[in-house]
Design a protein around this ligand. Structure first.
Ligand code: PLP
Length: 399
């Protein structure tokens, strides 16, 4: 069988592949300290599960409108109003099987061959492949740690061309946890206002897992003149520990949302009715889960950042949001393992950690940033402490 070029152009998600590798090693009986996890280690809150069970019992087990139930779109609109003061009517909200699907559909709805999408690196692993799968051209813009891993107005301006359709802004970001301040967003907006053909896809999936004072900021709210050109994406996966329920959403102009719904009507008809009922309960019900889970993440974040920064040759900037730390390992490149193998790249270091100490991390090149690796702290303190000890020992054995 021959596959289409769009399939040959892309690779499987490296984070999914890493999770699969850990599962295989565990199945072989190996004890793995798994820091690859891209999802909360908490259970979905009980009142959310109860809403799903009620939906089943009520008979809400049929197709829903393509763009999601009115109940869920009202809950999404309410949340966006409450958090950011943004007003989205129901016809400006698309609901899909996870933020991932919504982002994919937005690209599918707008890209023609050769259209460019600006992606700041480090980036979430899926953006470039999603662009490639939809015939677009990813334009990766390296954003060094010295600049906070964030896109600057200068770098943005020099990446834009007549073919640019989208700029992707993921804040707080995966894998770095870096987040844009209102001033930084305004400075980017000044550049974007001068380029009316460019749209901005803001991926705000980690916005409620937040460690700084106040809250994470959204471009559409900071610069209302851009609101018609912003497609704001988010979902319930990370905030409410609901990755398996597969509900995400996007809010933007009616033309784009209509195009996404048209595609969805031919792809999946609608997201799961039961998951939509659960997501509506999560967004409009008691928000105590966020406060409690973020307090736990915060403790882990502080512990991990300290443990890593105590290891010679490794360092990491504290993330402002999300549950990942992006560790600079350039200081160990060029060293040798006890068996004489050279650690030439971040990938070599990640492989050495797995082999010698059973610590699974994801190498930075997967995120477009060699010389780093990503640690997830969506796991227990015991695993984190043992894993950081393992990394310290592995490092000490390099010469
Ligand atoms: N955006 C980013 C930056 C992510 O890290 C992820 C999940 O890992 C997603 C989007 C997708 O989330 P969802 O589960 O809603 O598809």
């Amino acid at each position: 069988m021959s596959t289409a070029q769009r399939v040959d152009r892309i690779k499987p998600s490296p984070s999914t592949a890493a999770a699969q590798r850990v599962r295989e090693l565990k199945a072989q009986g190996r004890q793995i300290l798994d820091l690859t996890v891209g999802e909360p280690d908490f259970d979905t809150p009980d009142h959310v599960k109860a809403a799903a069970i009620e939906a089943i019992q009520r008979g809400d087990t049929k197709y829903t409108p393509v763009n999601g139930t009115a109940e869920l779109r009202t809950a999404i609109a309410g949340r966006l109003r409450e958090r950011h003061g943004l007003d989205y009517s129901g016809d400006r909200i698309a609901v899909g099987g996870g933020a991932k699907q919504i982002i994919f559909l937005a690209l599918m709805a707008t890209l023609d061959a050769g259209d460019e999408v600006v992606i700041p690196a480090p980036y979430w692993v899926s953006y470039p492949d999603m662009v490639l799968a939809n015939d677009g051209t990813p334009v990766v813009v390296p954003c060094p740690e010295a600049e906070g891993f964030k896109l600057t107005p200068e770098r943005l301006a020099s990446a834009l061309t007549d073919r640019t359709r989208w700029v992707v802004l993921n804040s707080p970001g995966n894998p770095t946890g870096a987040a844009y301040s209102p001033d930084e967003l305004r400075a980017l907006a000044d550049v974007l206002l001068a380029h009316p053909h460019v749209q901005v896809l803001t991926d705000e999936i980690y916005d409620e897992i937040w460690y700084e004072p106040g809250q994470a900021h959204s471009l559409a709210a900071v610069e209302p003149r851009l609101a018609e050109r912003v497609f704001l994406t988010n979902g319930v996966s990370k905030t409410y520990a609901m990755t398996g329920w597969r509900i995400g959403y996007g809010a933007g102009n009616t033309e784009l949302v209509g195009a996404i719904n048209k595609l969805q009507s031919q792809i999946s008809s609608c997201p799961s009715s039961i998951s939509q009922a659960a997501a509506a309960a999560a967004l409009s019900g008691d928000q105590g889960f966020i406060r409690d889970s973020v307090a736990v993440y915060r403790g882990r974040r502080d512990a991990v950042v300290k443990l890593i920064n105590d290891i010679p040759g490794l360092s990491c900037t504290p993330p402002s949001g999300g549950f990942y730390a992006f560790v600079n390992c350039s200081g160990v490149l060029g060293t040798r393992t006890p068996s004489g193998q050279e650690i030439g790249t971040d990938e070599d270091f990640a492989a050495y950690l797995l082999e010698s100490r059973q610590v699974a991390v994801i190498h930075g090149a997967a995120y477009g940033s060699p010389g780093y690796f990503r640690i997830s702290f969506a796991t227990s303190n015991d695993v984190l402490t043992a894993a950081c000890e393992g990394i310290a020992r592995a490092r000490a054995n390099l010469s």
